[in-house]
Design a protein around this ligand. Structure first.
Ligand code: CO
Length: 230
């Protein structure tokens, strides 16, 4: 068992002291509320959801949907990208679907995303520009719509939504998800976008539960954004 003493003599100089103290307070409060909480969680995890979100510090997974630890399996990266060559994300999806048997995969974008804005501004930030090129591809695909919008704020809103939808479609096209549907596993893929302004989640109305519904559901979600006639 790890010691309850947080950091000993190092406490006075450790810049992370406050975090360790906060951890001990949180642990005690959780234990007070449910003495079996940690014991139950330590034995197994059985989350129903895989969350693929942005790394942004303001969009933590369980907290903003009011769920405790143990309920959501999480993969986060800059601008919630699902790239078909990203072994990290593909492995998280495979583990979640094949081992944990999650029932829902949710791609969660957020309005005001800095990665999205960097793409719109064509800003050079460094190595991350290569990663954000995946978002650049989404912007290019929907260039006509984005350039028809009058303000940069509106373009950010739309590209955040479009990116979440396109990345969710990328999830649908992974071999892991296609194989799961092929064998009849109960699995749905969704796209959401979160507002930093008021903490509300916007359901983008993309709910895909099988191979044959990817194309019509994608068209439906885009139609809802006013991009395509339905
Ligand atoms: Co972001």
């Amino acid at each position: 068992m790890p010691s309850d003493r947080p950091i000993g003599d190092f406490a006075l100089t450790n810049p992370l002291h406050d975090l360790i103290e906060g951890n001990r307070r949180w642990s005690a409060a959780m234990h007070d509320a449910d003495p079996n909480f940690f014991k139950n969680l330590a034995e197994q995890q059985s989350p129903k959801y895989l969350w693929i979100g942005c790394s942004d510090s303001r969009v933590p997974a369980t907290q903003i949907v009011d769920l405790p630890p143990g309920e959501i399996f999480v993969q986060r990266n800059v601008a919630n990208v699902v790239a078909h060559t990203d072994l990290n994300c593909l492995s998280a999806i495979q583990f979640a679907v094949d081992v944990l048997k999650v029932e829902h995969i949710i791609v969660v974008g957020h309005y005001g995303c800095g990665g999205i804005q960097a793409v719109l501004d064509r800003r050079r930030l460094g190595l991350v520009d290569n990663w954000l090129r995946h978002v650049g591809d989404v912007a290019q695909k929907h260039d006509r719509l984005l350039s028809s919008l009058e303000t940069m704020k509106l373009r950010n809103v739309r590209l955040c939504e479009l990116n979440a939808i396109e990345q969710a479609v990328n999830v649908c096209h992974t071999t892991t998800v296609m194989d799961a549907w092929e064998r009849g596993q109960n699995l749905s893929v969704h796209a959401w976008c979160y507002s930093l302004d008021n903490g509300h989640m916007n359901d983008l109305d993309l709910h895909v539960g099988g191979r044959d519904s990817v194309v019509p559901k994608y068209a439906h979600a885009l139609g809802r954004l006013g991009l395509l006639g339905e």
